[in-house]
Design a protein around this ligand. Structure first.
Ligand SMILES: [Zn+2]
Length: 153
């Protein structure tokens, strides 16, 4: 299954978050120069995802794996990426959307008082990022994304 690693350019921050939650190791090139982004992609074997035609051209000339995303909307971008690089459902909810590090599934009892009461009542499974001290659960947005992943087949 998929083990691709990505680097998203500065325009694709939201896409980077979604790729992380789908289990892809994804760097977000915030505040980096194009040349730094290309160097990092090359060094770490990451596929470049970009809205920048010029940078896309530079990546291709260097024989790098890259994808140009010309959509205006997040969901269209995400659809395009996961059509080509199928996510592995086993890896869903394994990476923090903020820092890209590994999430740990935690028992429901342990999150009481740490997540909104309504969420605690509705959800059964929770995940935690130690680095950011952030909790995750499968909210409504997540259900929609999962829905369209299933629709790809
Ligand atoms: Zn984190």
């Amino acid at each position: 299954m998929s083990v691709e690693r990505f680097i998203c350019d500065e325009m694709l921050g939201t896409l980077a978050k979604w790729l992380r939650i789908l289990g892809f190791d994804t760097e977000y090139a915030k505040g980096m120069e194009d040349s730094e982004i290309l160097a990092m992609a090359e060094k770490e074997g990451r596929i470049l995802l970009t809205r920048d035609k010029e940078m896309y051209g530079r990546a291709l000339r260097r024989n790098m794996d890259a994808m140009f995303l010309g959509n205006a909307e997040l969901e269209s971008d995400l659809r395009e990426v996961i059509k080509k690089y199928r996510p592995d459902p086993e890896l869903f909810m394994t990476r923090c959307t903020v820092c890209n590090s590994a999430l740990e599934e935690v028992p429901k009892e342990s999150v009481k008082g740490k997540v909104p009461d309504g969420v605690f009542e509705r959800q059964e499974r929770f995940w935690h990022c130690k680095r950011c001290d952030k909790y995750y659960w499968e909210g409504s947005h997540w259900e929609r994304i999962k829905g369209f992943i299933e629709d790809l087949d």
